[in-house]
Design a protein around this ligand. Structure first.
Ligand code: CP3
Length: 335
């Protein structure tokens, strides 16, 4: 039988909501920090045994219904000829960012070859826990990837990329298109190597005007998500309403950040499956509060097509007891 997560993402009624968390494998787990003392971030994601060990840490702690492969959205920069690393205290840094409008038409190397370490990781995960839990693959969306590629580092306002839109709209379009092509191949590659579900993280795309979103980005999301044989989830943070834009991406399920009210989302989205959406900062509270707020979300979402998750990733010093309470609330639920 299909995994609970696959069933919910396909819109089925499930006996309880499946549960996983964005960034569940990261820095809130003590063993992750120990492994990172030994390996740089890039060494960890490029060494399948190490990436597997990290992916499995939340499995040992919480037994979630899905394990998100330990990797990063930035892996696709390399096939496009962009080098990056994670700088402590800064975040992702691109060493040779896009130089200008004439530098946006990027050819790319064979994704399967360049990112073979991701395929190897997915195969390992399938062998070790594939019968017990869903394996979740993911990729960044064109806007979010382009923001790093143009700014060369995290940008709170994403102004370098938005300036490109304003001054050189055709170069902006070309750059997003290059990313869309790589991402499409990359997700297909993940499915071929055993991902049961894939999520597209276009985290920062809420920065676009609605008109630009529709013109430049929506067709690319549709292209990326069409024709994948597994359920797909789309996530964009801070959409300020505008759930119709996410629904029109063609994803099977829409991941909601914590600023969206679950019942209002259900009303607006009809039968479209949803994922979310506990405020990740609530996990700094006590387990009782977490249970109460989580139950309210499950109740509001109802029994059909709901994947319990946070509204964004787990923060780094989140207490394990609260995460346990979050996961257990879903596991003990009975519709
Ligand atoms: O459970 C998991 O950890 C899954 C793997 C995962 C990571 N990043 C691991 C990671 C996923 C799904 C991502 C997605 C990602 N990466 C996004 C989209 C979603 C989101 O959360 O916004 C974005 C924008 C990135 C880019 C990126 N990579 C950021 C912003 C950071 C954090 C930088 C920092 O110093 O805070 C990274 C590095 C990164 N990716 C870490 C992890 C666990 C931290 C590495 C470390 O310091 O040990």
């Amino acid at each position: 039988m299909d995994h609970l997560l696959v069933r919910a993402a396909s819109g089925e009624r499930t006996e309880r909501p499946p549960v996983w968390m964005m960034r569940q494998a990261g820095r809130h787990i003590p063993e992750y920090r120990e492994i990172r003392d030994e390996y740089s971030f890039l060494e960890a994601i490029k060494t399948p045994e190490v990436a597997e060990e990290i992916t499995l840490l939340p499995w040992e702690y919480y037994r979630p219904d899905g394990l998100v492969m330990f990797s990063d959205i930035l892996t696709v920069l390399e096939p496009l000829g962009l080098s990056y690393h994670i700088e402590s205290g800064v975040g992702p840094v691109v060493e040779n960012p896009i130089e200008g409008p004439e530098d946006t038409d990027r050819t790319f190397d064979d994704v399967r070859e360049e990112l073979d370490y991701v395929g190897a990781l997915l195969r390992r995960l399938n062998d070790s826990v594939g019968d017990e839990t869903a394996i979740i693959g993911f990729a960044g969306g064109p806007f979010t990837l382009a923001s790093y590629a143009v700014a060369g580092q995290p940008s709170r306002t994403h102004l370098p990329l938005r300036k490109l839109r304003a001054r050189h709209p055709e170069a902006f379009r070309t750059l997003l298109q290059s990313f869309a092509e790589v991402v499409r191949e990359y997700l297909q590659f993940q499915v071929d190597n055993g991902a049961d579900v894939v999520q597209l993280f276009d985290t920062y795309a809420g920065e676009l005007t609605t008109e630009d979103y529709r013109e430049f980005l929506q067709p690319l999301h549709q292209e990326i998500l069409a024709d994948l044989d597994v359920p797909t989830i789309v996530f964009v943070r801070r959409m300020n309403g505008r759930l119709d834009l996410l629904e029109e991406s063609g994803a099977d399920a829409v991941s909601l950040d914590w600023t969206v009210e679950m019942d209002a989302a259900r009303e607006e989205l009809g039968d479209t499956p949803v994922q979310g959406n506990l405020d990740p900062s609530y996990l700094y509270s006590d387990p009782e509060f977490v249970r109460e707020k989580t139950e309210a979300i499950i109740e509001a979402a109802g029994p059909e097509g709901h994947i319990l998750n946070l509204g964004h990733g787990v923060h780094k010093d989140t207490p394990v007891e609260s995460v346990e309470a979050f996961v257990e609330t879903a596991k003990e639920w009975e519709w």
